[in-house]
Write a protein that binds this ligand. Sequence first.
Ligand code: SF4
Length: 307
Amino acid sequence: MAPQVIRTFSYHYRQKFGHGVGKIPLDLGQPCPNRLHGGCIFCRPAGFTPAYLHSRDEIAAQVDEGKASTLKGRFKKYFAYLQQETCTAVPVEMLLPILRSLLADADCVGLILSTRPDFVAGELLVPLAELVTKSAKECLFELGLQSVHERSLTLLNRNHSFADFQNAVLRIQEAGCFQLGAHLIFGIPGESREDMLFSLKMVCEMGVKHLKLHHLQVMRDTVLANLHKEGKVSLFTREGYLDFLLSALQVIPDEVVIHRLWATAHPEFLLAPKWNCLAGTLSVLLQKQMVEQGIWQGQLVDMAGRK
Ligand code: SF4
């Protein structure tokens, strides 16, 4: 068997629980507050939405559907993944009972809350910490950041700053019972390879232990699509991105869990880049190159630590 060169989500939780764990994406039906400000230039809501997911369905029905469609008998245990839009924009008095009911399912090992750094309210953190501690399950805050560089956040129309991210990280860490994750996008126009690696190192140094990494994809009907049409966006080739990941993975500490290494927008909405390659194939190609070149996740961190 090939050596484990990346701490993938599946590897990490198989080690931790002794069995595989899936994720069931859920939609609370709350539009992201940033849409009132035009939304992020790359974001098209339907592009991230699993086909079976309809926010009008009751959450319990979504969980049942997710067990049938996503877990498909491969996994019994799962994380409830509040992935759509900005889940913590839902008022706390409505959100908490939903989270409580999700944690009450014996097969649910925890929550993953995907949100913006400027929507991590203290009024949520305090009662949620109590709920999570009582349940003895996990709760991961997955903060969308995309880049630590202010010019990139402005270009993407994120409408939050890196300081907002730092502030959210501190408050999540202070609660003491939450896991901390970040989303980053690689290939933002104007960012060099060094800029991207700097973002990665910064978030790792801040104590982020879960990463969701994407290459920039252009989807139909977005502001980014217009920029791309005007020739203002240069995108990663498949080979170029794999080469970048060979460098990026070396600066990510070994204990950091990698949830994702590339974006997988629905082909119906994806304009570019079209690599015509399944995620599983990318994973095999990347790990093969790592093994051949003697590269592993955290390699440069380990070496720095030994000096
Ligand atoms: S914050 Fe997230 S959901 Fe909201 S517009 Fe940006 S990418 Fe889309």
